[in-house]
Design a protein around this ligand. Sequence first.
Ligand SMILES: Cc1cc2nc3c(=O)[nH]c(=O)nc-3n(C[C@H](O)[C@H](O)[C@H](O)COP(=O)(O)OP(=O)(O)OC[C@H]3O[C@@H](n4cnc5c(N)ncnc54)[C@H](O)[C@@H]3O)c2cc1C
Length: 451
Amino acid sequence: MTTAHDLAARFGPALDTRPETLQEAAQDFGHLVRAEPLGVLRPESAAEIKDLLEFAGPRGIAVSARGGGHSMYGQGQSDGGIVLDLRALNRVGPVTDGQVTVQAGALWRDVLAATLPHGRTPPVLTDYLGAGVGGVLSAGGLGGAGHRHGLVADQVLELEVVTGAGEHRVCSPDRDPELFHSVLAGLGQCAVIVTATLRLVPAPDRVRRYCLYYTDLTRYLADQRRLAEEQRFTYLEGQARPAGEHGWQYMIEAVAAHTGPCPPDDTAPLDGLAHDRAATEVEDLGYGEFAQRVDTDEEVLRATGEWLYPHPWLNLLLPHDSAESVVRAVLAEAAFADLRDTGLVLLYPLLSGRLRAPLFRCPPGQVLHLFALLRTAPPDSPEPAAAMVAANRAAYELARAYGAVAYPVNALPLSDADWRDHYGSRWPALADAKRRYDPHLVLTRGHGMRF
Ligand SMILES: Cc1cc2nc3c(=O)[nH]c(=O)nc-3n(C[C@H](O)[C@H](O)[C@H](O)COP(=O)(O)OP(=O)(O)OC[C@H]3O[C@@H](n4cnc5c(N)ncnc54)[C@H](O)[C@@H]3O)c2cc1C
């Protein structure tokens, strides 16, 4: 009561406490957990974020930033605290040949829309461009160019942030590197990102996309490893897809970029691979069209209503050596049988040496595979969704026994012990950074991390 009163007295009408606003802030893409804040602020400057954190910190008021709102399990919610809705902080530019400065509430599709007319693109993009800049940088950001360039967060040249202690700071690999490395892939624990300066590279005009099919998981994973290590393609992803009544087939999605009228040579990039040659699909697309391909899926799912259903998604990073055992075991689980009818299973390789943000956790070994189980639960019926979250937990435990780690954007509750296990030898450094930059422990409590 005192907190609500204090907040209202301090922030006046800028603090939005309308029921519909609180309801929106208590939801996310996951539609699985719901925590209502006391109010929502919509800062238009770093100074306003600083004001809030200077006020909230000493009073222990929880604060979470919200950009695109695509958390799965309340990671951006703020139970009884404040949600900072960053959507007004969405300026993108200026764009130069090598970089662009972007406010954290912009969406990645806004970033690409601003850079493409200059013939430039971020080197790595997530599949879906509707997520927020700050949200993706705080998770790390995985995409098909990751085997070459690393995380989306690895492309950041400089950050402007407000720490949990209310300090407005600029940091980079050379300027205050400790803060910089505590923020990137840092799950919003140390600071709110206000702007990011991102590296840009020349954008290709067109891409040629190859879909290569496999019935044999062993060969699929071996070819994925080979393609990642040899870097034959600019983009490399893949999926497991149901085949027949009980089986699965696997599809490598490999993309070669080109500029000018000549398409790439088809033979050399596919040389020596074990795919089913007769089933190979080849398609040419404009680069922008390719980068925004998931927008069409979003339109379809919005039209059917499924976009607003619960999404108990699970993303795991598997060591190459045990990937086959984990994939086979999880896909055979009755609790994941719905993936045969609906949803998506991503399975694609990354190289741990390329994923550089120190707080991004990788399993052991040079080659790892993202294994993403993207499911939809029926609306208005909590039991199936809860069962899927429980299945996520079982799959996580199974995978962890094989050396896997979570990519922590999941519908997966993690205990204190899980978080310590997740960060391993990095936990003390994170805990230290947390105490230094967010001494009142008010930032981004939705991850359930306790220090
Ligand atoms: C359809 C879909 C496809 C996806 N595809 C990919 C993919 O290909 N690759 C991939 O890596 N991820 C993917 N994701 C996951 C997505 O990148 C993460 O969930 C991301 O964190 C979402 O960011 P947001 O701003 O949209 O969400 P929000 O819920 O607004 O924020 C997510 C988290 O980041 C924190 N945060 C937000 N802004 C800031 C800020 N400025 N400073 C500090 N912390 C902040 C929030 O507090 C919250 O904890 C996908 C998600 C969806 C829904």
